[in-house]
Design a protein around this ligand. Structure first.
Ligand code: SF4
Length: 337
């Protein structure tokens, strides 16, 4: 069975953007692959933060992940800092990663432009990501399109380590060189089927820092309060103006939450000005409630029994520490430690 790894920052309760863009897919993949999902606190601290808030957000994220369908009997869910080998391997990879590769990363360019003083952690962020993945020698990584470049760097690091420290096999490569074992696999991207979810402002990707999200565990009233004023097709000014569903974020949310027949009906009603945007949003709210009610119910159960969350994280960390130790035993040996 192939192994997959993916990580998520401890940003608190999930919102529908990271649920649709990642976690819903993980809940499906856990039945098809040996699955490891990590709450990556060391990545989160590359931005200014409050320690107490980090603790609370980590707990809220763990609870959301389990409520959203990750089953500790089917996959491992754990907290990155409970497996110290992540940072050990990241340091080792730092020593073989070309600086130019890191400076070329689009996310580094974007994040560093927004800050006066740029911490080295932002530059080295994808090296830690490579360590997260390769520590478990994962074959595949479920990612959104915006993460493909970072994953490519993990592949570069994997090749570089193998060709420098992999044990000699005694065979020759096609070009006559000495062949080395491929200890680290080159992890392949497993592209998430749902396209990037835009925020309710219709301007940018849904993200907590932009304040344009719908929390996954929000009440129906809370969800409606956010959907009602959400941006739609800007050319539909009057109720009688026909719209273009493809340019409307509400339509894309229908595609994520509503059954195919409803999605078709929405597109038709929009194009013919058969209904107003509020009617359309009411149908979306109903579809969302159908999917989100069982998640909210499960979250309430977990809130009442926090030990279930703690036990799941402890079991995940224990398994991952064992796997991490196996990898690091080989890495240390091959590198002369
Ligand atoms: S009718 Fe629906 S899909 Fe069309 S613009 Fe309004 S909200 Fe968007």
């Amino acid at each position: 069975m192939s192994r997959i790894f993916s990580g998520i920052q401890p940003s608190g309760e999930l919102h529908i953007g990271n649920y649709l863009g990642a976690v819903k897919n993980w809940a499906r993949l856990q039945h098809e692959h040996e699955s490891i999902f990590c709450i990556v606190g060391y990545h989160a601290i590359t931005q200014p933060y409050e320690p107490q808030q980090l603790r609370e957000r980590r707990q809220a994220m763990a609870l959301s992940l389990l409520a959203a369908g990750l089953d500790p009997n089917k996959c491992s869910v754990f907290v990155q800092s409970q497996v110290p080998e992540h940072t050990e391997l990241a340091w080792i990879f730092n020593t073989i990663t070309p600086l130019g590769e890191l400076e070329r990363q689009t996310q580094f360019k974007e994040k560093s432009q927004r800050q006066e003083s740029v911490p080295a952690g932002i530059l080295n962020y994808p090296v830690l990501q490579a360590a997260d993945i390769l520590l478990y020698r994962a074959d595949m990584v479920p990612v959104g399109e915006d993460q493909v470049q970072h994953l490519e760097l993990s592949r570069v690091i994997s090749r570089r380590w193998n060709s420098t420290f992999g044990r000699l096999t005694g065979r020759r490569t096609p070009d006559g060189g000495e062949e080395r074992e491929e200890f680290f696999p080159e992890p392949k991207p497993l592209l998430t089927p749902t396209r990037r979810i835009m925020g309710l402002d219709g301007q940018a990707k849904m993200s907590k820092s932009m304040g344009n999200t719908v929390p996954l565990l929000d009440t129906p009233e809370g969800i409606w309060a956010k959907l009602r004023p959400a941006v739609t097709d800007p050319k539909r000014i009057k109720r009688t103006d026909p719209g273009t569903p493809e340019v409307c974020n509400i339509y894309h949310l229908h595609r994520a939450f509503s059954p195919p027949a409803t999605v078709e009906h929405v597109a038709n009603q929009c194009r013919t000005a058969g209904w107003g945007c509020i009617d359309c949003k009411k149908v979306l709210a109903e579809s969302m409630e159908t999917e989100l009610l069982p998640i909210r119910t499960r979250a309430k159960e977990l809130e009442a029994k926090p030990k279930l969350v703690g036990d799941a994280l402890a079991a995940g960390a224990e398994k991952c520490r064992r796997l991490a130790r196996e990898t690091m035993d080989v890495v240390r040996d091959r590198m002369g430690f």
